[in-house]
Design a binder for this molecule. Sequence first.
Ligand code: SME
Length: 138
Amino acid sequence: KREDASVDDRLTGICELLQENVPYYDWVGFYFRNENKEELKLRSFAGEPTDHTIIPFGKGICGQVAVSNSNFVVPDVKAQNNYIACSIFVKAEIVIPLFVNGENIGQIDIDSHTADPFSKEDEEFLEFVNSQVASILK
Ligand code: SME
């Protein structure tokens, strides 16, 4: 559908803007719940392509956020036992759920090549980004 294509373009634009302007945001993507399935699907991203375009609920940092509905900040990915590695360069990750009408429908996922780069400000900023994205999805 035409409207869907333009939302995809806008989501890609947001990923690119974040990845290009924040030095420690090395990969930025939006995953959304696949309808009627217990899995996430990658919808748009900026950075190196990943093999992990489908992630089952509960698997990895992303899959855990799909079920916890909570922010997940990982200062050191090596310390996580339920983690899906996308690149050997990734040292840290942040995943913030995206709510529409109170429902967790997806998430923004950011990988960093810098160790322990994410602060409370990143969480608040990305919550704001997601709230803005929620308003273009309706
Ligand atoms: N590391 C994520 C998988 C997605 S890649 O970072 C793009 C995870 O553990 O869920």
